[in-house]
Design a protein. Structure first.
Length: 246
């Protein structure tokens, strides 16, 4: 069954309105007709099983037949605090992190970040681009929500934000003990929110790791190999997904 996304304001009573580019996709690409079934996701965790009622040049109206909670979400919300990488690496990170189940991505300006988002207009365009990639990845992977990409935080702001989460971890090349990493990942059952801190290309400064420790963020190892910034987050997200998937 074909699946589409809308916003809650387009859900009125027992009907849902689809507008924008999906109208052309439904009518002219998929060639769907009134009476056919579709699943509409509100982007906040609910799936609406619908029948197409009518179509026009600029909207498709569907009638809700049933409503269910989306079954594609992990039981915990995962927050990725990503040290700003060079060039277009962030686009890959956003796309794959969304596919692996992250609920929020926070770009973080760290001491070894080469990229500096000091121009607010340029930053807004980058965040808009990253958000569009997140939406596309959510649709492709049939997510029940559309993850949010935040504006860039300072490291101090990110650490403060993470204090509200149940547990936080920081993959660090000088950390030791893979068994401790396995135990931490295994302990995530029952947690509602999980934070992951990933350094930029040059990794973390010692004082950043110290600040993390002082604020309850646990350094962990991902093994004996040094992983690139665009690999490290996806590696730990994969481990968490495998552990928590129901």
């Amino acid at each position: 069954m074909h699946r589409f996304y809308t916003t809650p304001d387009n859900i009125i009573g027992e009907q849902i309105r689809i507008t924008g580019t999906d109208v052309n996709h439904i009518k002219n690409v998929l060639r769907m007709k009134p009476g056919e079934e579709a699943v509409i996701c509100d982007g906040q965790g609910k799936d609406f099983y619908c029948i197409i009622e009518k179509m026009s040049s600029d909207e498709v109206v569907l009638t809700i037949q049933d409503t269910k909670e989306a079954d594609t979400e992990l039981p915990a919300k995962i927050y990725l605090f990503q040290g700003l990488p060079k060039k277009d690496k962030m686009e890959l990170i956003v796309q794959k992190a969304v596919e692996l189940g992250v609920c929020e991505i926070v770009p973080v300006m760290m001491k070894r970040s080469i990229v500096k988002l000091e121009d607010k207009k340029k930053e807004a365009k980058k965040v808009e681009r990253w958000q569009a990639i997140a939406e596309g990845a959510a649709k492709q992977s049939r997510r029940g929500i559309i993850p949010v990409v935040r504006e860039a935080f300072s490291y101090k702001e990110a650490v403060a934000y993470a204090k509200e989460l149940d547990v936080n971890m920081l993959p660090y090349e000088l950390a030791e003990g893979m068994q401790a990493t396995k135990e931490l990942v295994h302990s995530l059952h029952g947690k509602k929110s999980i934070g992951i801190f990933i350094g930029p290309e040059g990794g973390f400064e010692e004082d950043e790791v110290k600040m993390a420790l002082e604020n309850g963020i646990t350094p962990i190892t991902l093994g004996k190999r040094i992983l690139r910034t665009e690999t490290a987050g996806l590696a730990i997200l994969s481990m968490i997904m495998l552990e928590l998937e129901q």
